[in-house]
Design a protein. Structure first.
Length: 419
């Protein structure tokens, strides 16, 4: 039976901030947040409502490439708002074409599909692999391989590719057809290839991060990726790199794969691409350029505003020579972390990372990640956890030498306090 709502008590059609219980939570309970709202951001700094200043080594989790409230980005986006904000992919979008040209001219890709986030870019990659496999041999079961301790996002497809059961728990059944190998261990992949031959299956694609970010800042090894590339070529398997976190200069190279001396068949981007504005992308080479009209789409994907943000980020990385800055600041952080590890060996096991994607590896059973991120927060420094025992440092690509010095000084005194 339909229950009728009593019109005078219904909230339908009313709009206001003050309800019957003004303090009741109205956001879904999906995040463990620090209880703070930032009022202002500039460069690598954020301010709370009391004027307390924080050095931001989180940067929206490797997203605000140019820092907060960047002058050039503000100017370009204001102009874009005046020009045109959103149009459908039913029409040509000039900003999208410009951006795809910038991306393909600077990478191994020949073509780009735009979406709005990392998970969506991975979903696009999963569809691409499925289509590639079906084109090859529809009669055989088609598999997708991904790495243990990987992270590819929270939508069902991306979650199915994520090699961390803690994120998958409670959302089963996930997509079928995924198999997991050990990161940087080629024998672990070869074993799955051998089994697939015996089981009459084909491995249509592999999704892998060039450096695992969320899983604990674990850089890919050159030799492993070289063998992986060979294996993919031999078996006609698409090699797709998830560059959502590592791409757009974060490692000191424009694309993470440049550190590994291989080229993928496709790669995904998001996070740093829009400098804080939502945009994701799947980039493909000739072999992987198989989508046809109707295969895939996104209402907001490649929206002119988001594309303008990304164009500006790419142009500014070049104009300000930010790749060099990432290398220099990355080296500076590495030196500082090595000293910290030697001064506090009972709590810091070591460091890992590339460029401005750095991780401090804590000793097992020493201090927990939450106590470090909380102490850093109290001390006006924002850092984020990765994996089970790593503190991730991912500041804006624009961080200066002096700011990096301050970052290291704060970290040093935080770890000293734990001793
Ligand atoms: C490597 C990688 N892939 C995919 C994602 C998912 O991106 P998003 O949160 O934009 O969906 C993330 C997010 O942390 C990531 O680090």
């Amino acid at each position: 039976m339909v229950k009728l709502v009593d019109a005078p008590h219904s909230k339908c059609g009313t709009l206001g901030y003050v309800g019957s219980s003004p303090t009741a939570p109205t956001l879904m309970n999906t995040y463990n947040r620090f209880d703070i709202s930032f009022r202002k951001g500039k460069g690598c700094w954020l301010w709370d409502k009391n004027g307390k200043k924080y050095l931001d080594a989180v940067a929206g989790i490797a997203t605000c490439s140019l820092g907060h409230s960047d002058r050039v980005l503000r100017k370009k986006l204001s102009a874009q708002l005046k020009k045109i904000q959103h149009i459908s992919n039913l029409y040509n979008i000039e900003e999208q074409e410009l951006l795809s040209r910038l991306l393909t001219n600077s990478s191994c890709a020949e073509s780009v599909f735009f979406c709005n986030s990392g998970a969506e870019a991975i979903e696009s990659a999963i569809k691409l692999i499925k289509k590639y496999g079906n084109n090859k041999d529809k009669s055989k079961e088609s598999l997708i391989l991904a790495a243990e301790s990987s992270f590819h996002g929270r939508t069902i497809g991306a979650l199915s590719a994520t090699g961390q059961p803690k994120y998958q728990k409670g959302f089963e059944p996930l997509l079928s057809g995924f198999r997991f190998f050990k990161y940087n261990k080629i024998d672990s992949i070869k074993k799955i290839f051998n089994e697939s031959v015996q089981n009459q299956q084909i491995i249509s694609g592999i999704i892998i991060e060039p450096i695992q970010g969320e899983g604990g800042v674990i850089p890919g090894e050159k030799e492993f990726f070289r063998e992986l590339r060979e294996l993919c070529d031999m078996n006609d398997t698409l090699l797709i790199l998830d560059e959502v976190q590592s791409g757009v200069g974060r490692t000191g190279k424009m694309w993470g794969y440049e550190n590994l001396d291989i080229e993928p068949d496709a790669f995904t981007l998001a996070k740093g691409l829009g400098g804080g504005h939502p945009i994701g992308a799947l980039l493909v080479n000739k072999k992987a350029n198989i989508f046809k009209p109707g295969d895939h789409a996104s209402t907001f994907g490649g929206n002119p505003f988001a594309c303008r943000a990304a164009i500006t980020v790419l142009e500014e990385i070049k104009r300000r020579n930010l790749l060099q800055n990432v290398m220099l600041r990355g080296n500076q952080i590495e030196e500082g972390l090595i000293k910290m590890a030697s001064d506090f060996p009972h709590i810091i096991k070591g460091r890992r990372g590339m460029g401005l994607l750095q991780g401090i590896v804590l000793q097992e059973n020493s201090i927990d990640l939450k106590s470090v991120t909380s102490k850093a927060f109290e001390n006006g420094l924002l850092v984020v956890a990765a994996g089970s025992n790593v503190i991730r440092i991912v500041p804006p690509l624009t961080i200066s030498k002096n700011e990096t010095k301050q970052l290291l000084k704060k970290l040093y005194s935080i770890f000293k306090d734990f001793c």
